[in-house]
Design a protein around this ligand. Structure first.
Ligand SMILES: [Zn+2]
Length: 294
């Protein structure tokens, strides 16, 4: 009698601690903060969303932890950008026969990819791409959980995307043709530049994954003459990454110090830039301010 009471009490406690509805939610794993926000906004409380790369961390050279691998194994759906941006995830999916569970928002060789110069995977900086990608998230989540409405939250989010886009179009619209060119730390801002009529004349690093490789003296003098030839005044670096090369470059060229932007991730909750919309506006305004100064 005593024993069965204990069992009853234990089961009651377990039931209270873990309501059954929480266990039934499909697990969606996202690769980095921007996609994490999209899935949470569109999926609402219908899904358990687990994000891999924490805020302010580097996406390109990320290494999966054992904890990450555990989350990936229990995922119904994994949402990521592009195998060139998250090669470590593509490798994991291949090795674990999970390629069918990955939704690549900007897949290699897709017709949309050809819309951008060189197929640059940083398309979350380009609102028309964001509309398409969040639409794909809504459709795929609806397949995972047909009883859950993702269309209304998607429709609502499109309004927010359009608001951000309109504000940035208005902002960059006042720049003259000689105020639209800049250099960046790694090739990430081409989709953004293309959409807002700006131009990335060159990059310090050849790829995002090459953070450790120091650019050569030859590359330094090439960028220096590019700055002079195109009368460039703005060099963008990635916040949190080594900017020594960029600083030397701006000093030698006699132009303003580099500006650090955070297009690669969302800030921790409660800080400016903690949503895709505020990240876009915050960085867009910083870039615009720098380009405006002549
Ligand atoms: Zn990048």
């Amino acid at each position: 009698m005593h024993r069965s009471l204990t069992i009853l009490a234990t089961s009651l406690l377990l039931w209270l601690a873990a309501p059954t509805w929480a266990q039934e939610k499909p697990v969606i794993v996202t690769s980095f903060t921007v996609i994490d926000e999209w899935v949470q906004v569109i999926g609402g409380k219908g899904f358990e969303v687990v994000n891999l790369i924490p805020t302010r961390s580097e996406t390109h050279g990320y290494q999966l932890s054992p904890h990450n691998a555990r989350d990936l194994r229990r995922a119904t759906l994994i949402v990521a950008m592009n195998p060139a941006l998250e090669p470590w995830l593509a490798a994991w999916a291949q090795a674990n026969q999970k390629t069918d569970s990955v939704l690549w928002l900007y897949p290699e060789g897709s017709p949309t990819q050809k819309n951008h110069l060189g197929g640059n995977p940083h398309v979350w900086t380009c609102p028309p791409d964001v509309r398409r990608m969040t639409g794909e998230i809504a459709a795929r989540l609806a397949k995972v959980r047909p009883d859950w409405d993702t269309q209304s939250s998607y429709n609502q989010y499109v309004k927010e995307i359009n608001k951000v886009d309109a504000e940035l179009i208005r902002l960059f619209g006042d720049l003259g043709p000689d105020q639209r060119t800049f250099l960046s730390q790694h090739p990430n801002l081409e989709p953004f530049a293309e959409h807002y009529g700006l131009k990335v004349a060159g990059t310090i690093l050849a790829s995002g994954a090459a953070e450790s490789a120091d650019p050569s003296a030859h590359h330094f003098s090439m960028l220096l003459s590019l700055i002079r030839k195109e009368r460039i005044r703005v060099v963008v670096t990635d916040a949190g990454q080594n900017d020594a090369f960029a600083r030397r470059l701006t000093e030698d060229a006699g132009i303003p110090a580099p500006i650090a932007l955070t297009f690669e991730y969302l800030e921790p909750a409660g800080q400016p830039g903690d949503t895709w919309a505020s990240m876009m506006l915050l960085n867009g305004k910083r870039l615009h301010r720098a380009l405006s100064q002549r």
